[in-house]
Write a protein that binds this ligand. Structure first.
Ligand code: ADP
Ligand code: MG
Length: 556
């Protein structure tokens, strides 16, 4: 490695901007090394990439499991972002979730690796040597030095330990769910509401969650010991209650429970099964050869419903497609909120059954029980507006002034004693699997250059397409969106071969991710991208929303 980056920057002062490229390579730091991975070609290009490697910077206590390493990396990134606030250096520390990301990794030997975006100064396309020397030669080394365990003050060490233990406990809670036949767990004392619709931090002065007696369970964790809270059982669970009493807030917290959260988030002990998928209506989306026959029995146009395509789905067909696609990709739990559902996809009441004899839509209420009984897929549903679900629910949770109670018995009594709708269908037909043409998962843009870019958390630019992810609600991080794009390209380049199904391809992708972590999504060691690990379910959701995707064949 070369010495004295700062002096080299100063020596280049005033030279043409392109000379920054001569600095690419490894430089000595007092406690490790700093690598300029990639230097931008001009001041307006995406920032240069810098990687800092700090050997022996994390203690055994925080490196002994992958979950602890992921937690500690997140802790350090958040700390570094605070340290570098006010500088142009860009640390991808993420939001409230604890995700595996390329910006920061902790290795099992205690090495800490941090990557950041560094916009190199150069107005008028001349190197501003002094400023660059200060930024990368002084500010950055000083900031990363504070991440070393040796440098951390006692209270920060305690916070780092608590962070790792909290994440480890969340993983343990999630892993305990299946054995207890639960799909989700919400601990007593959890704070579910968020500050605003665009601020994911906990609402202040919120009413903490308390489990109803009858749903109270105790789960063991390695650090916090026994944790008491509400277990949401497998099967069909209904969340009812008056408007504005906290139903959607409870469901959203459960949805978020597929990810881990740090101490103080309020949801650090709220977990859902890793295969729980939120589904909603999304009129206007494209659907490519999905088998929606479980929810659409026939179409007025005569199109087949087991091989259904549209460039502009209605509310109901979009939701039908999203549900079967989630099942195809391996969802074990579907989560649905009335607020974001197509009414005719959810219900068809007794009066409408009398008036309209030939309804093509099969409402969810008809399929929700066989979906669990025959396909093993549970549902958690928010429904305050229709009583038709009372009779089909295994568990009914009522929210009243943010307090949860169980009202299953009353719900069943009401369902049994009042006339209701007639069941018109039975069973849940097998969902046809699709074989995706790998050549159609091609991120090449017009000039053949790869284009995989996130715009916020709602849009993924993938080659010539913009994939709308706004309705894929469990995507929580911009870097996850980029990660989704990379995963799609990986599926197209190396995983799918035109013979295996999409679900089989996702299995192979999961295996690669289990082995290599987020690095599985990198283009190579010099890849400058901030990536965070997405779930297979969100990768599938993006494939399904790619308008140019081609489905080669169907497998029944
Ligand atoms: P619903 O779906 O039943 O109509 P919401 O879940 O949308 O109700 O909640 C309505 C409002 O109450 C939201 O602004 C939410 O932030 C707030 N809220 C939800 N739960 C709590 C709580 N535990 N403490 C304080 N406010 C809450
Ligand atoms: Mg609501």
């Amino acid at each position: 490695a070369r010495r004295d980056l700062a002096q080299t920057f100063r020596d280049l002062d005033g030279q043409s901007y392109g000379r920054y490229k001569s600095l690419v390579g490894s430089w000595d730091l007092r406690h490790g090394s700093l690598e300029i991975v990639r230097a931008q070609a001009d001041p307006f290009a995406p920032p240069s990439r810098v990687r800092v490697t700090l050997p022996d910077a994390a203690p055994e206590e925080l490196t002994r499991t992958p979950d602890r390493r992921r937690a500690h990396a997140t802790f350090l990134l958040r700390r570094l972002r605070r340290e570098l606030r006010g500088t142009p250096l860009q640390v991808d520390a993420g939001g409230q979730q604890v995700l595996a990301r390329t910006a920061g990794q902790v290795r099992d030997d205690g090495t800490v690796v941090i990557e950041l975006g560094a916009p190199l100064p150069g107005p008028k396309r001349r190197i501003l040597g002094r400023e660059a020397a200060t930024l990368l030669g002084e500010t950055l080394p000083a900031a990363v030095a504070t991440l070393r365990w040796e440098e951390l003050p006692d209270d920060e060490r305690a916070a780092a330990t608590r962070f790792a233990e909290t994440v480890e406990d969340a993983v343990a809670l999630r892993e305990a769910l299946a054995e207890r036949r639960l799909v989700a767990f919400v601990a007593d004392g959890a704070v579910l509401p968020r500050r605003t619709g665009v601020d994911d931090r906990p609402l202040e002065h919120a009413t903490p969650f308390a489990a109803p007696e009858s749903l109270r369970v105790t789960l063991e964790t390695p650090n916090a010991g026994p944790v008491v809270g509400m277990g949401v059982p497998e099967g069909v669970t209904l969340i009812v209650g008056g408007g504005y009493h906290g139903k959607s807030t409870l469901l959203r917290a459960i949805e978020a429970g597929v990810h881990d959260h740090g101490p103080g988030d309020g949801r650090e002990q709220v977990v859902a099964r890793a295969d729980a998928v939120k589904v909603r209506a999304e009129d206007g989306r494209s659907v490519v050869r999905s088998d929606v026959s479980a929810f659409v029995s026939h179409l007025p146009s005569g199109e087949p419903t087991d091989d259904f395509s549209t460039t502009n789905a209605s509310g109901s067909t979009s939701q039908a497609a999203s549900m079967v696609e989630a099942i195809e990709a391996g969802a074990g739990v579907l989560m649905v909120d009335e607020d974001t559902s197509a009414t005719n996809m959810m219900i068809r009441d007794a009066r409408m059954q009398q008036l309209i004899a030939t309804e093509p839509l099969v409402p969810f209420v008809e399929r929700i029980r066989p979906l669990h009984a025959e396909r093993g897929v549970s549902s958690v549903l928010v429904m305050g507006g229709s009583g038709d679900y009372l009779g089909v629910a295994d568990t009914v949770i009522m929210m009243s002034s943010y307090a949860a109670s169980e009202v299953t018995e009353q719900a069943h009594e009401i369902a049994a004693s009042t006339p209701g709708r007639t069941q018109e269908h039975s069973g849940f037909p097998a969902v046809t699997a699709r074989v995706v043409d790998p050549a159609s998962l091609d991120p090449s843009g017009k000039q053949g250059k790869r284009r995989i870019t996130a715009r916020g958390i709602d849009t993924l630019t993938f080659g010539e397409d913009d994939v709308d992810l706004a309705a894929v609600e469990q995507v929580v991080d911009r870097s996850q969106v980029t990660g989704i794009g990379r995963a799609m390209a990986l599926l197209g380049d190396h995983v799918l071969d035109g013979s295996i199904t999409l679900a089989e391809g996702l299995d192979l992708l999961d295996a690669q991710v289990a082995r290599d972590g987020v690095d599985a999504l990198r283009d190579g060691p010099r890849d400058p991208a901030d990536l965070a690990l997405p779930r297979r379910h969100e990768v599938a959701a993006a494939v399904n929303r790619l308008r140019s995707v081609r489905v080669r064949s169907l497998r029944r």
